[in-house]
Design a binder for this molecule. Structure first.
Ligand SMILES: Nc1ncnc2c1ncn2[C@@H]1O[C@H](COP(=O)(O)OP(=O)(O)OP(=O)(O)O)[C@@H](O)[C@H]1O
Ligand SMILES: [Mg+2]
Length: 367
């Protein structure tokens, strides 16, 4: 059985108000690192506040270790939470900040000292225990908050955008630290972010949320390679996937996805899935690394259209090329050695049959 389960979880802030969390079902295994990923306002914070007990639920249940926790007070739930603004006490040293939750539990002085020191080692701040928050950097303060959260040895660790106040470089290094701490403590963790790179690098499984609903649950690469919905495909990946509104047409040699600018011959392996869409619209999605370009107009398999490159952005390991197809801007990821330059005409093709198709009304993946 799973360790933490959300069953038909619902939240309305007012009686007749909208469902902010709309029937969420999720099973989390012990020790898993789960990331809630979704745009602002989709209900991430609301969901973890319901788990921590800071917010009432409007429907459904939350089960930990086989038992509903809804009737338990926040402090009896075995949950530790880290907030975006790390909320450590300015008038207490790092040591006292970390010791605070243990003092509330009336734990003995020697035991407190031992546990604070070991949490500080885990968070990499053992040299800073005597300092006050004003004498520390933002990243160090965030580590104090992390140490304070792990010191209670929570059953469940909830982190609400804990890195968003840090500058870009520190974010990346703290993110590796959090992963290391997780491997050491092995606590069941839910980490909230709207940064897809953070989600990809930390998660055992990502839960993609949109408008209070779960769009997809899966391992990072699974969601990337096998996006279940238009939204999931658009939210994961930098640069994001390119999307085109097309219509599915039948021709003498199979099906094509067409619009004013594109005529893409659909690979035979996708015929069965796309045949029912004949004459209807479908959204074609292609990730930037799956677009091939060649200087000549070619008619081979995978051909998409012609385009003019507007910009070349070298990234070091690769280059991002920006082009327009009709009014739609597209991004192409090319090897760093590419000799394509701005204002040149190229021919675009889809590599290795890596096209995705989505239903424009429901957003659900067709193929
Ligand atoms: N106390 C409240 N009363 C009424 N509505 C609320 C309350 N708290 C949040 N909301 C609304 O619920 C929705 C979800 O908010 P929530 O804070 O869970 O989003 P989020 O996914 O955490 O977003 P962000 O990434 O911006 O933090 C939003 O539309 C928000 O305005
Ligand atoms: Mg939030």
């Amino acid at each position: 059985m799973s360790y933490l389960e959300l069953r038909n979880l619902q939240k309305r802030y007012t009686k007749d108000g909208p469902l902010i969390v709309d029937n969420m079902n999720l099973s989390i295994e012990k020790g898993e690192f789960i990331v809630f990923l979704g745009p602002s306002g989709c209900g991430k914070t609301t969901t973890i506040r319901m788990i921590s007990g800071l917010e009432d639920v409007s429907g459904g249940d939350i089960i930990v270790d086989g038992e509903s926790i809804l009737r338990k007070k926040p402090r009896d739930r075995g949950v530790s939470m880290i907030f975006q603004s790390y909320a450590i006490w300015p008038h207490m040293t790092a040591f006292d900040n970390i010791a605070y939750p243990l003092k509330l539990q009336k734990i003995g002085k020697d035991e407190i000292k031992k546990r604070v020191e070991s949490a500080a080692v885990a968070a990499g701040i053992e040299m800073l225990l005597k300092r006050y928050p004003s004498q520390m950097s933002g990243g160090q303060r965030q580590r104090v908050a992390v140490a304070r959260a792990i010191v209670v040895k929570p059953k469940i660790f909830l982190m609400d955008e804990p890195l968003s106040n840090l500058d870009a470089k520190l974010r990346v290094s703290m993110r590796s630290e959090l992963k290391r701490i997780h491997l050491m403590e092995n606590s069941t963790t839910i980490f909230v972010t709207h940064d897809q790179a953070e989600a990809m690098s930390l998660a055992d499984r990502i839960v993609i949320m949109y408008r209070g609903k779960i769009e997809q649950i899966g391992a990072p690469m699974e969601i990337y390679r096998d996006s279940a919905t238009h939204f999931a495909a658009s939210f994961i990946g930098t640069p994001p996937a390119n999307f085109f509104e097309t219509r599915i047409e039948k021709t003498g040699e199979g099906y094509r996805a067409v619009n004013e600018h594109i005529r893409y011959r659909i690979p035979a392996s996708m015929n069965a899935a796309l045949a029912p869409r004949e004459g209807k619209k479908a959204i074609l999605g292609i990730r930037p690394e799956f677009i091939d370009l060649s200087p000549r107009r070619e008619s081979g398999p995978g051909r998409l259209c012609d385009a003019v490159i507007d910009l070349v952005e070298p990234q070091g390991s690769h280059s991002i090329l920006i082009a327009h197809i009709g009014g739609t801007e597209i991004k192409i990821s090319a090897p760093y050695s590419t000799d394509v330059t701005a204002y040149t005409q190229v021919s675009l093709a889809v590599k290795d049959e890596q096209a995705m198709f989505f239903d424009p009304d429901t957003g659900v993946r067709i193929r």
